[in-house]
Ligand binder design. Structure first.
Ligand SMILES: [Zn+2]
Length: 507
């Protein structure tokens, strides 16, 4: 049976060391993926691009908070109460299913494009009756009442039961908990930005679609704390005439000038607009084409009661449109709630007002894994007349290696010379990988297959003192296969320059 596009790409990703199903030799529970050497290198570079864009260039703080959090934290955040998915059980086979998904996928409901997501259990129960939704195992109408299932992984701190804790369902809460300490230590004035990259976990009832819905995943979250009386952003002037792509009611997404988007209320304030623009920049530098993603303002009924506006980023993938980023204006909900539950003062003194203010928050939040998958999808290239193999067109900044290095043949000192260059380049901070097995053509193909942008080859001319090419090597560009000769002493600076320029062909 031919694989669909997503399954075929997942197959490639596993064969080429991008991904490894977790605990594979014990049968791989669904909803977990490890990153292999190729994937881990790319993922780390994506995370560092985020750090550069969202933290370093803004002068914001990066922190790293605990994975395990006491129950009290999640009671204050609302997760203990509300972080649940609707679950329905089959009275016959006792299997449990995600109720809203089951309804939306059932034959009868599909015909009428029924939307079940977000409905309370009672209404989902009615829909199951109305559309005669069957148990996917038994193929019978044996589904029982719908209830809530809290998606947090639960554990206990220490040996004495009753110290309930959870694996954090998002990285954001840690930032709110550390907020007051950071403000005190830095004697900070608003606005303040604090972010982190880290793992979160959600015990999905039915994980699916590879990296899109996982039980353990990596988030990149920034909390931007500001005085609610000042909704401006200091860099807004620089970006206000740029255009962002927004989903429209009428179908095709439209490019809208940022200033207009704020004036018309499509975007809540300058701060939200600025971070939407940052999100776009990050996606473009990861190689996702501009016309393959757009922002969508969430309707009021799909946003939390405290929100003053949520805007998602949606990317076209072979799974359909996938939501990969959420930018939310969370007001003072989190800080006020933690202040109330803990008794801690989480306000900040504002000199101009001679008063303490509980800051408002705009939160750009995104999953690394979903972005990683989008990068794979949009960089994947099929066979062409020039290339008889499938390959990846990654921007050099996020490619798994800077370069691979080969001796033309494993003899006459070419291999030793290549080893020596490899070691020097590594000393210079480049990630390089030495290969000498198979024909040179086959080695180029293998490098292309994981998206390595440059291949360096040591040949006879490199070593031949009589040749005018003595002391030089060839550098082959991934996308057009063209080669130039570069002096060995200039290799690392040239490669670093090419990476910075995003050069992938010799033009
Ligand atoms: Zn059943």
């Amino acid at each position: 049976m031919a694989l669909n596009k997503a399954d075929a790409l997942m197959d490639v990703a596993i064969r080429r060391s991008f991904l490894i199903p977790s605990s594979e030799i014990y049968g791989s529970p669904s909803g977990f993926f490890d990153y292999g050497p190729v994937g881990a290198a790319i993922k780390r570079k994506i995370e560092n691009l985020w750090r550069s864009e969202f933290l370093h260039k803004e002068g914001f703080h990066e922190i790293e908070t605990s994975l395990i959090v006491p129950e009290a934290v999640l009671k204050a955040s609302g997760h203990a109460e509300n972080f649940a998915d609707p679950l329905v059980t089959c009275s016959q086979c006792k299997n449990k299913f995600r109720a809203d998904h089951l309804i939306e996928q059932s034959e009868n409901a599909k015909k009428e494009h029924v939307k079940a997501a977000g409905l309370p259990p009672a209404q989902l129960g009615e829909l199951i009756q109305k559309y005669a939704v069957l148990c996917p195992q038994c193929k019978k109408p044996t589904l029982s009442d719908v209830g809530w299932f809290n998606m947090m992984f639960r554990t206990n701190i220490g040996p004495i039961e009753g110290n309930t804790a959870y694996f954090r369902p998002e990285t954001a809460q840690g930032i709110f908990l550390d907020f007051a300490r950071i403000v005190r230590n830095y004697q900070s004035k608003l606005p303040i930005g604090i972010g982190q990259v880290g793992r979160s976990a959600r015990n999905e009832i039915s994980p699916r679609q590879g990296l899109i819905r996982m039980r353990e995943f990596t988030q990149m979250e920034l909390e931007y704390f500001f005085n609610p009386k000042d909704q401006s952003h200091p860099k807004f002037g620089k970006i206000k005439h740029e255009k962002l792509r927004f989903a429209s009611e009428e179908g095709q997404p439209q490019y809208i000038e940022i200033e207009k988007a704020v004036h018309t209320g499509l975007v809540a304030n300058e701060i939200m607009a600025y971070f939407l623009w940052k999100v776009e920049r990050l996606y473009l530098s990861c190689g996702i084409p501009k016309e393959k993603f757009h922002f969508r303002k969430m309707p009021k009924e799909e946003t939390p009661h405290y929100s003053k506006g949520n805007i998602d980023l949606e990317v076209e993938t072979s799974y359909g449109l996938v939501e990969t980023v959420g930018v939310a204006y969370r007001t003072d909900f989190d800080l006020s709630s933690h202040s109330k539950h803990s008794g801690a003062d989480l306000s900040v003194f504002v000199e101009g007002e001679k008063a303490k203010v509980v800051p408002h928050v705009v939160e750009p939040s995104m999953g690394v894994d979903r972005l990683f998958w989008c990068v794979l999808e949009h960089a994947f290239r099929g066979k062409t007349p020039e290339k008889d193999w499938e390959w990846f067109d990654f921007p050099p900044a996020i490619a798994p290696y800077h370069a691979w290095i080969f001796p033309l043949m494993k003899k006459d000192g070419m291999d030793e010379k290549a080893r020596q260059i490899e070691e020097n380049l590594r000393e210079e901070g480049l990630t390089v990988y030495y290969q000498d097995s198979g024909s040179i053509g086959r080695r180029y193909a293998r490098a292309d297959e994981i998206g390595v942008p440059y291949c360096i080859t040591v040949d006879y001319d490199t070593l031949d003192e009589k040749s005018d090419k003595h002391g030089t090597v060839t550098v082959r560009f991934r996308n057009d296969g063209k080669q130039i000769r570069v002096k060995i002493g200039e290799l690392s600076s040239k490669i670093a320059h090419f990476v910075k320029e995003g050069k992938v062909r010799d033009d």
